[in-house]
Ligand binder design. Structure first.
Ligand code: CDP
Length: 241
């Protein structure tokens, strides 16, 4: 039987650079890249579109059962056009980045029923390996057997600055204080929820990207992956980079 390909898990708080680095690594390695946050954002998009109460777990769960989500690779040349995500056939890749989604997504992602429904989809996506999957609970809950796990951190100030700049570049006129409030609130809900909170898996390698360029972080991670692959062994516990 053919051995499945490598599975790389990346977790970390909001706006820490997981997506940018995740995509660059996946592109370099020729791996599939799956942003699980986009799945929660897509669910949130549909909840808001249908004016469903974001706290009504049963109604949202029922909606999720009747929702068809697919992810397709786009032209991976631009990081902003890396994949398409469809909700019942409609491409929502752009719309799920709206600050309105940022404001509501964590309330929905904290609901245990919804998370449990999405485990299966995420595991199926990762099944064949040669994949970089990023989110909040990938190394801890979704893919605890991942070959290599990373946990990203960066100072709160730097994360807020990065997200504010990113939104402004996309044409949203949102003030810095609002972005700050949203990020702090989202991190709080994500890390305090009872089921599958944002957490560093014990065997995840900690990457602090504060004051490091994207290139620096990318090169470091690729080096670690190569070293682990060459050594043919699992990663070193609690390695702090
Ligand atoms: O890109 P950013 O770091 O802002 O967030 P994201 O990765 O798009 O995730 C959006 C939200 O989805 C998070 O704040 C979490 O509430 C939720 N999420 C989650 O609960 N579990 C995941 N595996 C991924 C995202």
């Amino acid at each position: 039987m053919k051995k499945n390909g490598l599975v790389i898990a990346i977790d970390g708080p909001a706006a820490v650079g997981k997506s940018t680095i995740g995509k660059l690594i996946a592109r370099e390695l020729g791996f599939l890249y799956i942003d699980t946050g986009a799945i929660y954002r897509a669910i949130t998009w549909k909840v808001l579109k249908n004016n469903i109460d974001i706290n009504d777990e049963n109604v949202i769960s029922n909606m999720v059962s009747n929702t068809y989500i697919t992810i397709e690779k786009a032209n991976c040349k631009s990081l902003n056009d890396y994949y398409h995500i469809f909700v019942d056939g409609e491409d929502v890749a752009e719309e799920i980045r709206n600050p309105r989604i940022d404001q509501n997504v964590s309330q929905i992602a904290r609901l245990p029923k919804i998370r449990k429904q999405l485990i299966y989809l995420q595991r199926i996506l990762a099944e064949k390996g040669d994949i970089v999957m990023e989110g909040r609970d990938i190394g801890s809950v979704i893919l605890p057997q991942a070959d290599i796990k990373f946990y990203f951190t960066a100072s709160e100030e730097e994360r807020i600055k990065r997200r504010h700049k990113e939104l402004m570049n996309k044409g949203y006129s949102i003030d810095y204080e609002k972005v700050k409030k949203q990020i702090i609130q989202r991190d709080k809900i994500d890390s305090k929820r009872k089921y599958a909170p944002l957490i560093k898996a014990k065997d995840a390698i900690l990457i602090n990207s504060t004051e490091k360029s994207i290139e620096e972080v990318k090169d470091k991670i690729l080096k670690i992956i190569k070293n682990i692959e060459n050594a043919g062994k699992k990663q070193i516990e609690n390695n702090i980079i």
